[in-house]
Design a protein around this ligand. Structure first.
Ligand SMILES: *Cc1c(COP(=O)(O)O)cnc(C)c1O
Length: 413
């Protein structure tokens, strides 16, 4: 067999030119509005220090690697071991021939860690949310969702026939209004859904208050714990532990792709019968491949680490406290809170981009967020702390922020 270079497919004169011109025009529009998202290429594993393709080594302040597990030796070792014992892939959905002992073990271990009864794995948390609502709720039911919930929750709700209410972000009075309306409309079942932690501000949902309201109106409480799994709360169980409602959440979705190792994979966990029905009817589970054995084996090792010691979440907490205080002391304003997501407010989108670019020159990788990801005039650099950071990294980061902030006139010299 000979190998040839594939010829580039250039569609012309097929009556489709207008379509491709339209796509290019859309892209030009994105660029003109200053909304084009480039991707930086990293040439090393994920960690506190990373090397970029051009050889520069920088401190990484924008990964979801909260616990520093993305390249942890024990996690990598467990992935190797599962690769050796369970192979590379299963080439099957779960219900045909895609379930190994490892998958069942991980599902049980997640349930044990989070204080629930059973768990169903998905290829991603995006799929867990996408496949959650439609199997469980129908036309007679109500879903009441925080206005700033993650895109995957919004999409999942769209796929479901239940009636929808959207309450103003984190606003308990407005949530109660929605519960009352849903009740007045005679909804059969009501489900309140919120992110445990909101990724743009690091806001921590008031799950204790939401639980009280849910109980008042007989509603289910469901949460997405992607930015909380493994480190929020005294033993890292999540926002429910942080807010004192451990064991009182009906349904939890989460990811293996952030703090819990950072590869990929997601899950839904809750009562046994709910998980059982999802296995029967949830489309991203039924029609998408099994999570790779190496990821499953490594995720079990992650839970071993987290159940044995709170050292990593404790270090993350200490790093968060240190950085939040230090960055304010040099004059930046941040969104207040406890979460390792630290939004450093710049307000102006152009300035945020300039700050991010200058930080990179100074050896700190932290990206800017601006409209439409955050509201107009709310541009920011979103820093994320990690247990992989040492104090020296954080000191260097604060020094770089200070220098760049002065140069750009964001801080007085
Ligand atoms: C990251 C994230 C997801 C998606 O997680 P994946 O496993 O990467 O698909 C879903 N919900 C929230 C709140 C997230 O932050």
């Amino acid at each position: 067999m000979t190998t040839t270079t594939a010829s580039v497919f250039v569609p012309t004169n097929r009556g489709t030119d207008a379509f491709y011109a339209h796509v290019r025009h859309e892209l030009d529009g994105v660029r003109e509005q200053g909304l084009f998202k480039g991707e930086r290429i990293i040439a090393t594993p994920q960690g506190a220090l990373i090397r970029l393709q051009d050889g520069r080594e920088v401190i990484n302040m924008c990964a979801n690697n909260y616990l520093g597990l993305s390249s942890h030796p024990k996690v990598v070792e467990a992935a190797h071991e599962a690769l050796r014992t369970h192979g590379y892939g299963l080439s099957s959905v779960r219900f045909i021939c895609g379930t190994q002992d490892l998958h069942k073990t991980l599902e049980q271990r997640i349930a044990r860690f989070l204080g629930t009864e059973d768990t169903i794995l998905y290829a991603a948390a995006f799929d867990a949310n996408g496949g959650l609502f439609e199997p469980l709720l129908g036309e007679q039911d109500a879903i009441i969702s925080d206005a700033l919930n993650h895109a995957s929750i919004i999409d999942g709700i769209r796929l479901c026939k239940a009636q929808r209410w959207r309450y103003a972000h984190n606003d308990m009075a407005d949530l109660e209004r929605c519960l009352q309306e849903a009740q007045a409309k005679g909804a059969r079942f009501k489900m309140v859904f919120t992110d445990g932690v909101f990724s743009m501000d690091g806001t921590i949902a008031q799950l204790d208050k939401i639980r009280t309201l849910c109980d008042r109106y007989g509603a289910l409480m469901a949460i997405d714990e992607c930015h909380a799994n493994g480190f929020m709360g005294a033993t890292g169980r999540g926002t429910h532990e942080y807010r004192g409602v451990l064991g009182q959440v009906d349904i939890i979705t989460g990811t293996l792709g952030k703090a819990l190792g950072g590869a990929s994979g997601g899950f839904t966990t809750g009562k046994r019968e709910v998980i059982e029905l999802l296995r029967q009817r949830s489309r991203p589970y039924l029609f998408s491949n099994t999570v790779a054995p190496s990821i499953v084996g490594a995720s079990i090792a992650v839970l071993d680490l987290l159940e044995a010691s709170t050292a990593l979440r404790d270090k993350l907490e200490a790093n968060t406290r240190y950085f939040r205080q230090a960055i304010q002391e040099v004059g930046f304003s941040i969104k207040p809170g406890d979460h390792p997501i630290v939004p450093i407010m710049v307000y102006d989108a152009v300035k945020a981009q300039q700050l991010s670019a200058r930080l990179l020159e100074l050896g700190v990788f932290a990206v800017g967020f601006f409209y439409p990801v955050v509201p107009q005039g709310q541009a920011r650099i979103r820093v994320q702390l990690s247990a992989a950071h040492d104090t020296a990294h954080l000191q260097r980061a604060v020094a770089a922020f200070t220098q760049a902030g002065r140069e750009l006139g964001l801080l007085s010299a």
